[in-house]
Design a protein around this ligand. Sequence first.
Ligand code: LIP
Length: 283
Amino acid sequence: MQFCCCCNFLVLKPCYLYCPQIVRDTLQNDLKIMCKSSSVDLVTKTDQNVEQLIITSVKEKFPGHSFIGEESVAAGEPCVLTENPTWIIDPVDGTTNFVHGYPCVAICIGFAVNKTLEFGVVYSCIEDKMYTARKGKGAFCNGQPLQVSDQKEINQSIIATEFGSNRDPEIVDKIFSSMRKILCLPVHGIRGVGSAAINMCLVASGCVEAYYEIGIHCWDVAAAAVIVSEAGGVLMDVEGGPMDLMSRRVVAANNNIIGERIIKEIEAFSAVRDDAPVDPSIK
Ligand code: LIP
C-alpha cells in the first residue's frame, strides 16, 4: 500500500501551522498541569489538545488509519502496532520542559505501514526546526539535508541520555552507573535536552554521536528513528541487536562502532512494554 508522503505532509501542514502556536501561546499563559503515572510524569491540556487536533486532521483524509497517541493511550486507548497504516504521535515531547518553560519541546508524528516506519516529522517548536525524513529519501532540517557524525572514536564523542521519570532508587542507581561508566571512558561530554526526539535529531544532525535511554515510549522515538536512520545512523537495543519500537529502550548512534561501544557500558533493565496487555485489575 503506497502512500504519497507529500499528501501526508500536506495533511500534516495544518497541524504544523496551528499546533506550534498552541504550544508557544500556552508557554506564556497558565498551564493546566496534571500527573500521569507519578508526580514527575506530567501532562497538560495542551498535550491533549494538540494530539486531538492532529488525529482529527489526519482522520479527515485517512479515516481507515490507526493511531497510537501518547495521551490517547494514557486515556485507555490500546497501544498495539498492527499492519494497518498507523500514525504514532507525541503531541508535546518534553512536557516537563514545557511545564517549566525550558525551551526544548517537540511535536512528533511517525507513520508506519505493515509495522515498518515509513516517515517521521519532528518539529522543535521553540527553535522553529522542522526535521523530516521519509524511508529511502533522506533526512532534512528545514529542507537542508542531515548527515550523522563520521566520528568512530568514543573518546572524541558527545553522548546524550535522559534521567526519565522513574524514581525507583534501584533504577536510578542503574541510570547513574551507566552514565558514570560512559563519562569515564572518557567521552567529551554527556548531554540531555529533556526530549528524546530532539536528542535523536541532534544525532541525525551530527552534533551528538549517540543517544540512549530506557523508559521512553514508542511515541517519543518513532518519528525521530526515521530521521536518524535516513541521516545515516543506526537504531539498536540497549543490549545489542535492532531497536524494538515497543520495548521502551533505544540506542540511536551515528554508526555501529559507537553504538556497540556504549552498549557495553549500559546497565540494562527492562521496562513494561508499550504493547504489554493491560492488567484490568490495575486502575
Ligand atoms: C519524555 C522523553 C524523555 C524522557 C521523559 C519523557 P514526554 O517524553 O522525551 O526522553 O526522559 O521521561 O518520557 O513525556 O515529554 O513526551
